[in-house]
Write a protein that binds this ligand. Structure first.
Ligand SMILES: CC(C)(COP(=O)(O)OP(=O)(O)OC[C@H]1O[C@@H](n2cnc3c(N)ncnc32)[C@H](O)[C@@H]1OP(=O)(O)O)[C@@H](O)C(=O)NCCC(=O)NCCS
Length: 190
């Protein structure tokens, strides 16, 4: 049985069950607190009966800076999943799905066009997870994890930028069927 609630700052020293996983990016402490301060409803944890954090999702709401408004890479108002992770012993129990559904509800409540995220192209399990939830590849960001990896021991790698349209995108304007064919450079991603 997992209990779902908002992240609290004292959870910071309880993230290691999740963060020891090599596909889970680990950030400076201030990075987590920034999400807590700015988008508290998009930072949710799952805890077990002993109070251990066995999963969390951390997200934000944003659009690209105005200076890029006329760029083909401009991103309109959307929610972004910065991290979602479930401790290995608690996987395939629906915890990741519930955390992600909570964030999608918040995205809809905030009138976001879509939810997006970046995932290593070799992270087949996470890609299967996202696809099962209705996400599809929007574009491939070449060598994204060369610049953006929080873990220098992990190899440089391309990212799939995956998206799921939210209720606002009735015409599915912000998703693609052939996203794997659209390659961009990290400098096109803000
Ligand atoms: C990806 C991750 C968050 C999924 O969490 P989870 O709680 O195990 O996922 P769920 O139990 O909610 O799975 C929902 C569905 O996703 C799919 N799925 C999940 N894990 C899968 C796997 N290992 N292989 C294939 N499909 C999988 C299945 O369709 C599953 O439904 P089912 O169990 O009824 O078949 C978890 O594996 C994880 O923490 N991975 C390491 C961190 C990571 O890669 N995060 C993403 C970085 S972008």
């Amino acid at each position: 049985m997992a209990n779902f609630r908002r992240f609290r700052p004292e959870d910071l020293n309880k993230l290691s069950k999740c963060n020891l996983d090599p596909f889970t990016e680990t950030y400076d402490l201030g990075f987590y607190l920034q999400y807590y301060a700015k988008w508290p409803s998009l930072f949710q944890v799952a805890e077990d009966q002993h109070g251990n954090i066995i999963g969390y999702i951390m997200g934000k709401l944003e659009s690209s800076p105005d200076v890029y408004r006329f760029s083909e890479h401009y991103l309109p108002w959307h929610a972004h999943i910065t991290a979602v992770t479930v401790a290995p012993e608690a996987r395939r129990l629906g915890i990741g799905r519930l955390l992600t559904e909570q964030l999608e509800m918040a995205a809809d409540a905030n009138d976001a066009w879509f939810v997006d995220l970046f995932v290593r192209v070799s992270n087949h399990k996470a890609i299967a997870f996202y696809k099962s939830m209705g996400y599809s590849v929007y574009r491939v960001v070449k060598d994204y994890y060369g610049e953006h990896s929080s873990d220098p021991t992990l190899s440089s790698e391309d990212a799939y930028d995956m998206r799921k349209p939210m209720k606002r995108d009735v015409k599915r304007q912000h998703v693609r069927d052939d996203g794997e064919k659209h390659e961009v450079n990290p400098s096109d991603v803000w």
